[in-house]
Design a protein around this ligand. Structure first.
Ligand code: FES
Length: 125
């Protein structure tokens, strides 16, 4: 049985625990050498750009709220493209803009994990 991460619901107000953002999402945009699979070969850049635009359009961006960042290889390439949301440390594998929209609307905005997009815990490089 797949274990689902437990999350605490967080409002998008400045964190009281010394954090700067309420939520921080990192997108792997890495491209591995020829012959090796990587997030960059599965439209990671488009997912990142769409997320950044959606977060801005929704008024979620900024200190105490949400930050969208690029990342290098997160060493979970076999599930790519991947993104991870902190502070909950929830990992996602996405396919298209609709997936990103759901992550923004459910997780980044409301703190609700999008279970259908969870990266299985055993997926590595
Ligand atoms: S290339 Fe994206 S996790 Fe490694």
């Amino acid at each position: 049985m797949k274990s689902i991460p437990r999350i605490r619901r967080m409002s998008l107000s400045p964190p009281r625990d010394g954090g700067y953002y309420a939520r921080h999402i990192f997108f792997c945009l890495n491209e591995r050498k020829p012959g090796e699979d990587s997030c960059a070969r599965h439209n990671a850049q488009a997912g990142f750009a769409h997320c950044k635009a959606r977060v801005k359009a929704e008024g979620l961006a900024g200190p105490g709220r949400v930050r969208v960042n690029k990342a290098g290889c997160l060493d979970r390439c076999a599930g790519g493209p991947v993104a991870v949301v902190y502070p909950e440390a929830v990992w996602y594998s996405f396919v298209d803009e609709a997936d990103i929209d759901e992550i923004v609307e459910s997780h980044l905005k409301k703190g609700e994990v999008v279970e259908r997009l969870l990266l299985p815990p055993d997926v590595g490089r």
